[in-house]
Each structure stands twice: as structure tokens, then as C-alpha cells.
Design a protein around this ligand. Structure first.
Ligand code: SIN
Length: 524
């Protein structure tokens, strides 16, 4: 990077979508990545299950499309979903040609794994259950010589002038605020798993991108759809980590305390039913005071097939040979987010969103397993192509960075733990009107923090305000969706309603943006 040049593209976040965009743009534009933690504080690095692509002989993008739509309970945007599975195929092939190396069978063919709600095996893995890590280290190696990854800087707010995003305000490691200017700003900040006490996410995932988009009046949608992964490893009242759905794909079965197969009679696909169905079945048992186990006894050579999970078990003195692992569901992925078009553009000029923080509409009401790394790479390529063609003027009138002192004040905020408890109790796996209203009442005293730019705060306070913002948006969206669909389950209305109600619930501080997005059916 030439330090004298303007920043063309500022990428906020360091997951797969961030690295993939950086890779696409690095030889054309001056790109910078900033992240609030370290470069590997992302969900992508943790992704065990792989990347879905219809590469198998008897598979086709149409099969993958249908499985994605079915799992999403047809709430998906069909055009975007078609792009995902078709372009995904091509991009995964390109990555393989460029040297990304996925696991192979003994016959030297790509090994295709099975996961929930897929009609046939189509999941590629790296290192058995370390797919995200493998993909991320390949991409990092490709970008790190060209692109600086600046760590420990949290974006507090978007800087907007004359209806255009011109940069961001950042909290640096000395608690000072820096204003960084860039022609294009891309939010790749991931999801919000830390809103819940049990989560598969990195603890840094506090919904920051969605909250700062909301404060800037940018449109968001589908926030009521939170996916709970059915099988987080559980020991001594604590979640230890994820047990990939690929483990059930290889034959592991969920068992009740008295040894019965839990999913029998609940769904024709049993243990490989869509995630929301399996998560609810486990949740109901646990709510009744029972324990639920994953029986892995049928998997030959577990240690070699799933080395990450095997190590995690051993590190916590769980003996894999005993074959029964206690599990609980936990927050895993948000299907909604910042509304974007098929190029990753948001309702604010100069601002883009990619990866989990964005809502492209491809996941509908429930994401199909292993479609998230795929979405990350596909949308990164689409967004990068758009930026390369963009004629948005640069922002030369500003210095690249301005630094401001700030006075950190005491704020009457709840703790992260309190927010997590409220979200799990009232806005969790199973919801109902009365409880959602109780949650709204709880949020009431904190609404004063939700709508104003963040000044004079430290990182912990900023994260709590972002969690309050996204938690409140999820709660209001959950109340507004008066049906059950996919991951949003209302026990007071336990069924899907007619078509007109399936439309996306757009949320925006700015009514004009909301109306515009609603009127255009969110195709910007
Ligand atoms: C898993 O390995 O079960 C998670 C993969 C995903 O969420 O797609």
C-alpha cells in the first residue's frame, strides 16, 4: 500500500467475506482492513462444517437451490439464491484451481460430506472439521503482503455527509476517536451470537455492523430469524464449542436421557432435519429438565475424521470413546441484517455490507448448512466487481485520519450477561407475544442509547449499546412477525400464514428509507 494515497476501500471486519473482497481488489485499489479485535477473531476461522457446492456428478445447482429454498421456508429471495448456488459453483472451482485444497477421498476425488436438509452429499471440507481455518489461512497468505490488517480498532459510527458514507469513526487502543475517510466503506463485521448466553460465535460478535448501520438510518431486514445450532458441546453448565452437523451427516444420532432416538417421529429426515426443527426438539427436552446426548458410536475413526472436535473433547476431559456427548442448542447465525442488493450495496451511497452482517435474502427464514462460507465468497466477488466499475468520486478533501480526544463517562447500562439472559428467556428458540412484550419493556430505559451516535464511550460500553440496539430490533421484529416460519417460532401462532405476510420486515430509523425499501421489494 502506498501511504500517500487515499483509501479507496475500507473493509471493517476480518472474516471470509472481508478477506475475499480484499483479494479481489488488492491489485487494483488501495484497500485497508480494520478489525476491533485480532485478525482471527471471526466466525469464519471457527467454521468446522464446510462450504456447500453442487460439484458432485449427480448434483446440480437446481438441487442445491431447492434445498436452500426449502430450508429457508421459501422466505428466500429466489433470484439472489440462484446467483448464490450458480456463481458459488464457479467460484469454488476457481478457488480450487488457484490452489485452495479441499479434502479428497482415497481415489483422489473431492470428498463430499452430508449435512442437515441437503438432499445429497455436497459439502467440501478442509482438514476434516477445520474448513474455515483452512480457507482463511489460504486467503490471508494471498492478501497480507498487499493489504494492511489493522487490529484493535473498533468502528463506533459511520461518517455520513450529504447522503453518502465517507468513512468511519474509530475507537483506537488509547480510547481516542479517529475519523478515517475512504471512498467505499464495506461492513463485513459478522453476526450477533454474543447476544445469547450459549453461542457458537467468537465472543467479539456483538452485532456491531447492524447497530451502526441502524444509527446511520440504513435499512435492515429479517432480524427475527436467528438460527440456533442444535449441537453445542456442553459440560458443567458451560458451552465448550460446536459439534459440527457433519458429525450427524456421518451417522451420529441424538439420544434422550433414557437412550431413545430423539428425532424419531419428529421429522422424516430425523437427525438431519433442518436446524430449527432439531434445535427446538432438543430445547423442549432440556426445558423439561432432561439431558440430550449425541451418540457418535457409529462413526469409525472419529479422531481422524473430526480432529478439531476430538481435540476439543480431550482438552475438556471428555472421552470420545465413550461415545455420548452432552449437547445443547446455541445461537449460531442471523439470517437477517443490513439490506443489500445483489452487489452488496446498502441504502446509503458509498456503504456496502457482505457476509453475515448483510441480508441478501439467500437464507430465507433458516440458513441451509454450509451456505454461509459460500455466501461470503460469492457476495465478496459480486461486491468487488461493482466497486471496480463504480464511478463514485474519491474523498480527497479530507485528511485520511483525524484524531479526537474523548472523555469516557459512566453510563447506566446493563451488563452483557443481563442482555444475554433477557434475549434467551424472552426472544430465544421458542417465542410468544407476552414474553416478547416483557423483553420490550426491559429495553425501554435503554432506548435513549440506541438512536444517537456513540460519543465518549469505551469499547465495552460501545459493544453493550450495539447489543441493546440489535437485541431491541430482533425483539420488535419478532413481535411484528405474527407467524412461525423457519427459525422464528411463536408458540402462540405455531404455523406459517398466507403469502402476503411472508414479506420481509424492514427496519430503519429513517422512515423514508423504510418506505423506499418496502416499495421496491428491497431490490435496491
Ligand atoms: C456446522 O459445522 O455444523 C456448522 C456449519 C454451518 O453453520 O454451516
Amino acid at each position: 500500500m502506498n501511504p500517500e494515497r487515499n483509501i479507496d476501500v475500507l473493509i471493517v471486519g476480518s472474516g471470509i467475506a472481508a478477506f475475499m473482497i480484499a483479494r479481489q481488489l488488492s491489485s487494483h485499489l488501495n484497500v485497508q482492513i480494520i478489525t476491533k479485535g485480532k485478525h482471527d477473531n471471526s466466525n469464519s476461522v471457527r467454521a468446522q462444517g464446510g462450504i456447500a457446492a453442487a460439484l458432485a456428478k449427480h448434483d446440480s445447482w437446481k438441487n442445491h437451490f431447492e434445498d436452500t429454498m426449502k430450508a429457508g421456508r421459501f422466505h428466500n429471495d429466489p433470484l439472489q439464491t440462484e446467483v448464490l448456488v450458480k456463481k458459488g459453483l464457479q467460484i469454488v472451482n476457481d478457488l480450487i484451481s488457484d490452489g485452495m485444497s479441499f479434502d479428497k477421498t482415497l481415489n483422489n476425488e473431492l470428498a463430499m460430506g452430508m449435512e442437515g436438509a441437503h438432499s445429497l452429499p455436497r459439502i467440501l471440507h478442509i482438514g476434516g472439521d477445520a474448513t474455515g481455518k483452512g480457507m482463511m489461512s489460504f486467503l490471508k497468505e494471498e492478501i497480507e503482503k498487499e493489504i494492511p490488517i489493522i487490529e484493535d480498532k473498533m468502528v463506533l459510527d459511520l461518517n455520513v455527509e450529504n447522503g453518502r458514507c465517507i468513512g468511519v469513526s474509530v475507537l483506537n487502543e488509547c480510547n481516542k476517536v479517529e475519523h478515517i475517510y475512504a471512498t467505499h466503506v464495506i461492513l463485513a463485521t459478522g453476526g450477533c451470537g454474543s447476544l445469547y448466553p450459549y453461542s457458537s460465535n467468537d465472543v467479539s460478535l456483538t452485532g456491531d455492523g447492524m447497530a451502526l448501520a441502524y444509527r446511520a438510518g440504513v435499512g435492515l431486514a429479517d432480524l427475527e430469524f436467528i438460527q440456533f445450532h442444535p449441537t453445542l458441546l456442553y459440560k458443567g453448565n458451560k458451552v465448550i464449542g460446536l459439534i459440527s452437523e457433519a458429525v450427524r451427516g456421518e451417522g451420529a444420532r441424538l439420544r434422550t436421557e433414557n437412550g431413545k432416538f430423539l428425532m424419531e417421529g419428529i421429522h422424516p429426515l430425523q437427525d438431519l432435519a433442518p436446524r430449527d426443527v432439531v434445535a427446538r426438539a432438543i430445547f423442549e427436552r432440556i426445558k423439561n429438565g432432561e439431558k440430550v446426548y449425541l451418540d457418535i458410536s457409529s462413526i469409525k475413526d472419529f479422531d481422524n475424521r473430526f480432529p478439531t472436535i476430538s481435540k476439543m473433547c480431550k482438552d475438556h476431559q471428555l472421552i470420545v470413546e465413550k461415545s455420548l456427548l452432552q449437547v445443547t442448542p446455541g445461537a449460531h447465525f442471523i439470517m437477517g441484517g443490513i439490506v443489500v442488493n445483489n452487489s452488496g450495496e446498502t441504502s446509503l451511497s458509498g456503504l456496502y455490507a457482505v457476509g453475515e452482517t448483510a441480508c441478501t435474502g439467500v437464507h430465507g427464514a433458516n440458513r441451509l448448512a454450509s451456505n454461509s462460507l459460500l455466501e461470503g465468497v460469492v457476495m465478496a466477488v459480486e461486491c468487488a466487481d461493482t466497486i471496480l466499475k463504480s464511478n463514485l468520486s474519491t474523498t480527497p478533501i479530507y485528511p485520511k485520519v483525524l484524531v479526537h480526544e474523548q472523555q469516557i463517562s459512566d453510563l447506566d447500562l446493563p451488563s452483557k450477561k443481563e442482555i444475554q439472559e433477557i434475549m434467551m428467556k424472552y426472544v430465544g428458540i421458542v417465542r410468544e407475544k407476552r414474553e416478547l412484550q416483557q423483553a420490550l419493556e426491559w429495553f425501554q430505559p435503554y432506548l435513549q442509547f440506541i438512536n444517537t451516535p456513540l460519543h465518549n464511550v469505551n469499547q465495552e460500553q460501545a459493544e453493550i449499546i450495539n447489543m441493546l440496539t440489535v437485541g431491541w430490533l430482533i425483539t420488535t421484529s419478532s413481535l411484528q412477525r405474527t407467524e412461525s416460519r423457519g427459525a422464528h417460532f411463536r408458540k402462540d401462532i405455531p404455523y406459517e400464514v398466507e403469502r402476503w405476510r411472508q414479506s420481509r420486515l424492514i427496519r430503519s430509523k429513517d422512515e423514508a428509507v423504510q418506505n423506499m425499501l418496502t416499495a421496491t421489494g428491497v431490490n435496491l
